[in-house]
Ligand binder design. Structure first.
Ligand code: 9MR
Length: 738
């Protein structure tokens, strides 16, 4: 049954919608103060209010409202109460009882009642039969103009919502969040490679070496030794030891490691998991596709109608206008992949994702034969090229047509005019779609990837290769003519900003790919004169959507070419890899990542994986095992050798991320929807915890602990096309090792 059908059946049958983890209200203490007036509706409905056209009526000691259908936004239909006092740093318990037509999403908010209507805390339960809801959060702001609100809009159909016992109690003890981190012996819960390194980390108060035992699935000790005390690990603030059992190479399943009285989660010694990961990580992209129905026969449980194909309530991507005042034409911007858990499509980010997948294709022969069960499978073109083409065609559609201002440039992005709530299947998104201004960075993303495509698709579709190369040349020339059109940070309403005000890296990357495809001197001259060519581009993180110089450097080092001074280019990649190995050696969890001030970045998992891509490149350039070992050790972190004792890839390892922030894999909010597909990478620890949910649980967290597997945590637990790309790249590298 498709995702969409199951979702409808729940709505029709009225099956129970149960939200996990309701916290029982603790006993009131003297200091606790109720902020909501008449929350039990024992005296009518005042001072609650409802938007125009809605009548909130008290009946049986609760309040009910008929919510009109046909509104676009959650906030188009609100029931709320104003004049709520909030004090920064004080903790509040927000609770209520609610019921409604099954399957309807409610955005319950504590925020600011006046412009700019900041949200201090929000939750999005899907209601049904009467349920009690309760959460504790800490206010970030002091105001007398707070608001408690239930945002009920965004539904095509009218529906009925009832609420009772609305309460916001201040002065409650802050909720202390203790992640369940399981046994203190941390291993790669998926698999160690038989002839590769094998290391584990033990969290302990002991300061001197401890004995350890490795047991096979029958419980027999097959190896033993002593731990190495490592002191306090900066990234977790834990006292840890490490275990090295690399010499043990017998293939098998169900091994465990014991030390300090704790036994690890089980793991395998076997490389085959990584071939499966290679295809799972690549299959992720089909279900991110926009503009095409997802065939349930190809992805059981994930079928859904086509999103954004101009069928109501979608306003479609077939004929998209610019934001007001930005341009006077419309573009057919159908297709492509949805960026992440949102429905936006961004050229900057589509670009790095395409580049990395095509680079994996070019560098790892095994990728060419991987079957992805996509609609195009069997068409004599490698499946991975079919999948990436879906995005490339979108990127090409974002180029400004000849004869228009900025012809040849690419629009930075297109997405909803306003942010939507969760859950929301792509074909049900009612928001108008808009093209945002062109940018130099987007134009160079188009140039780099279409140049790369021209090289790689040529044997399979010479006409497409020719079209791609023409677009790349045009884009590159347009970027040179408009070298400083930057996407601003402020353009983040309804979609991410992907702001990027440094484009020397994008110029370098695009020139490199154009040179590799054409061999032309005009492009090699730009590569050689770029300040990026000799800069140390291997910082704490090597490359990402906003920093693409290292991607250009890697391509130059590894794709055969005749650039003068190639030996230095290759040496710089090996030197970069050495830096990451040094970081990894110093890190008791074996992570090749140590950002300044221990501030782990948004999407840290992808940054770590991209640093591993650099290490793998050094392996290819030198053939030296130390680099292969570095990559394999990095994988251990991703799959459970970490402070939280969890794998960040859905379906891999005993305990793995599975509630990533997504509008359509929103099972945590609506049991009729699925979790993200197996092989989906979570963004991972993010020291800045920008979302209110993470703030309510993780404030004060140390690096590795700044993560929570909850759908509300968009800053630590989203999924994106640019994060699964390095996962696929690394899996492809490991799968090809022998
Ligand atoms: O991955 C992006 C991260 O590097 C930025 O710091 C952040 C804020 O601009 O945006 C992240 O990207 C999000 C994008 O803006 C919208 N789609 C979801 C992306 C992942 O969270």
């Amino acid at each position: 049954m498709s995702l969409w059908e199951r979702s409808r059946i729940v709505a029709v049958c009225g099956a129970a919608v149960v939200l996990a983890a309701f916290v029982a209200a603790p006993a009131a203490s003297a200091a606790e103060v109720e902020q909501v007036v008449n929350g039990g509706f024992d005296n009518g409905t005042d001072p609650f209010w409802a938007n125009a056209g809605m009548t909130l009526a008290a009946s049986d000691g609760r309040a009910c409202v008929d919510v009109p259908g046909g509104t676009a936004n959650k906030w188009d239909a609100i029931v709320g109460q104003n004049d709520i006092d909030l004090v920064a740093g004080e903790s509040y318990r927000f609770s209520f009882d609610a019921s409604g037509d099954p399957g309807r999403g409610v955005r319950a908010v504590v925020g600011l009642a006046v412009d700019p209507y900041d949200t201090y805390f929000e939750q999005s339960p899907v209601v049904g039969g009467l349920q009690h809801y309760s959460w504790t959060f800490t206010a970030s702001t002091t105001t007398a103009q707070g608001q408690v609100a239930f945002q009920l809009g965004g539904s095509a159909e009218p529906w009925r919502f009832c609420v009772d016992n609305v309460s916001l109690v201040g002065g409650v003890p802050p909720e202390v969040y203790e992640p369940d981190t399981g046994p203190r012996v941390r291993v790669n819960q998926v698999a160690y490679v038989p002839n590769g390194p094998k290391a584990a980390t033990v969290v302990t108060t002991a300061t001197s070496a401890l004995p350890w035992q490795l047991r096979d699935s029958g419980g027999r000790v097959v190896a033993h030794g002593r731990t190495t005390p490592r002191g306090v690990d900066v990234s977790s603030a834990q006292n840890v030891h490490s275990i090295d059992f690399g010499y043990f190479g017998r293939k098998g399943t169900g091994y465990t490691l014991t030390a300090d009285g704790e036994t690890s989660r089980p793991f395998d010694i076997d490389a085959s998991a990584y071939a499966k990961l290679r295809s799972d990580a690549l299959k992720f992209y089909y279900t991110q596709r926009s503009g095409i129905a997802i065939d349930d026969a190809l992805r059981p449980g994930y079928g859904r109608p086509a999103g954004h194909v101009d069928v109501a309530p979608n306003l479609g991507d077939g004929n998209v206008p610019c934001q007001p005042g930005v341009c006077d034409y419309r573009l057919d911007a159908r297709g492509g992949w949805y960026d992440a858990g949102d429905h936006g499509k961004y050229v900057v980010n589509g670009g790095i994702s395409v580049w990395e997948l095509l680079n994996a294709y070019e560098r790892h022969p095994g990728v060419r034969k991987v079957g992805l069960t996509v609609p195009e499978s069997g068409n004599r073109t490698p499946d991975v090229l079919d999948e990436v083409r879906w995005e490339l065609e979108f990127l090409l559609r974002m180029q400004v047509p000849a004869g228009k201002p900025y012809a040849g440039m690419a629009h930075h992005k297109m997405h909803d005019a306003a942010w939507t709530g969760l859950p929301l299947l792509p074909h049900l998104d009612p928001q108008p779609r808009e093209l945002h201004p062109v940018s130099t960075a987007a134009t160079l993303n188009l140039a780099a990837t279409s140049a790369q495509a021209a090289r790689l698709y040529k044997p399979f579709d010479p006409a497409f290769a020719k079209r791609a190369l023409a677009a790349a040349r045009t884009a590159y020339a347009a970027a040179k003519a408009n070298p400083a059109l930057y996407a601003p940070e402020s353009d983040g309403v309804g979609g991410g900003a992907y702001n990027d005000a440094k484009v020397s890296d994008d110029f370098y990357w695009a020139a490199a790919e154009l040179f590799l495809t054409t061999g032309e001197r005009q492009y090699s001259a730009d590569v050689l004169s770029s300040p990026e060519h000799t800069a140390d581009v291997f910082g704490a993180g090597a490359f990402d959507w906003g920093n693409t110089a290292a991607a250009g450097r890697l391509a130059l080092a590894l794709v055969p070419n005749r650039l003068p001074g190639l030996a230095a280019v290759k040496a710089s990649v090996v030197a970069g890899a050495e830096k990451y190995l040094t970081t990894q050696r110093q890190h008791a969890y074996g992570v090749p990542y140590a950002p300044a001030n221990n501030m782990w970045d948004w999407g840290s998992n992808s940054i770590i994986l991209n640093n591993m891509v650099v290490i793998a490149a050094a392996h290819e350039l030198t053939g030296r095992d130390r680099y292969r070992d570095g990559v394999l050790t990095g994988l251990d972190y991703m799959f459970g050798r970490n402070a939280l004792n969890m794998s960040y890839v859905t379906g891999y390892g005993e305990v793995s991320s599975h509630n990533q922030h997504s509008r359509w894999y929103a099972r945590q909010l609506d049991p009729a929807l699925p979790n993200p597909p197996v092989g989906t990478l979570s963004g991972g620890p993010n020291s800045s915890i920008q979302d209110p949910y993470a703030q309510s649980r993780l404030t004060g967290c140390v690096a590795q602990f700044c993560y929570i597997d909850d759908i509300q945590s968009w800053s630590t637990n989203e999924l994106t096309i640019n994060w699964n790309a390095p996962l696929a790249w690394i899996a492809a590298y490991v799968a090809d090792l022998r």
